[in-house]
Design a protein around this ligand. Structure first.
Ligand SMILES: Nc1nc2c(c(=O)[nH]1)N=C([C@H](O)[C@H](O)COP(=O)(O)OP(=O)(O)OP(=O)(O)O)CN2
Ligand SMILES: [Zn+2]
Length: 134
C-alpha cells in the first residue's frame, strides 16, 4: 500500500462553548491540515495521485467554508449578535474542535473521489487531531 500526504494551511476563529478553560472564549488559529491518500498501486504517472489534485480538492472546501471564517456551534448564543453586526461566520452541527474539522475535511475529500486514508489537523504546533475510517 502506498500513501501520500499533502499539507494545506489556513486560519479560522472559533470558540469551544463547553470548554472549562480559556478555549470557551473567542480565539483563532493558523492551522495545517495534512491530507493522506492511499492506493494499492500507482497510476500511469507512477503516482498515487497528483499532490496538486489533493490540494485543489481540499482547498476548494477549506477556502469556501473554513478559511478566515468564524466557526461556531449552531447553538452558540453569539450567533444573533454576529448576524446583526454583519459578520461572517459558519454554523457547525458539532463543536468546532480539531477533531470535527478533520472529519469535515475528510468527508469532503472522500465525496470528491479521493481515496483518503486520514486527515490530521494541526491546530497548534503541539496539538493535532486525526480522523480516519475503518
Ligand atoms: N481534544 C481537543 N482538545 C482541545 C481542542 C480540540 O480541538 N480538541 N481545542 C482546544 C483549543 O481550541 C486550542 O486548540 C487550544 O489548544 P491547546 O493545545 O490547549 O493550546 P495552547 O497552544 O495554549 O497549549 P499550551 O501547550 O498550553 O501552550 C483546546 N483543547
Ligand atoms: Zn482553539
Amino acid at each position: 500500500m502506498f500513501t501520500i500526504t499533502k499539507e494545506v494551511y489556513f486560519c479560522y476563529g472559533h470558540r469551544l462553548m463547553r470548554h472549562p478553560g480559556k478555549c470557551r472564549h473567542l480565539h483563532g488559529h493558523s492551522v495545517k491540515a495534512a491530507i493522506t491518500v492511499q492506493a494499492a498501486g500507482l497510476n500511469e504517472q507512477g503516482m498515487v495521485c497528483d499532490f496538486a489534485d489533493i490540494a485543489r480538492i481540499a482547498s476548494d472546501y477549506i477556502d469556501r467554508e473554513l478559511d478566515h471564517n468564524l466557526l461556531l456551534h449552531r447553538d452558540d448564543p453569539l450567533v444573533p449578535l454576529l448576524a446583526a453586526a454583519g459578520e461572517r461566520y459558519s454554523l457547525l452541527d458539532e463543536h468546532p474542535t480539531a477533531e470535527y474539522l478533520a472529519q469535515l475535511i475528510y468527508r469532503h475529500a472522500q465525496s470528491q473521489g479521493l481515496a483518503v486514508a486520514s486527515v490530521t489537523l494541526w491546530e497548534t504546533a503541539s496539538a493535532c487531531a486525526t480522523y480516519s475510517e475503518p
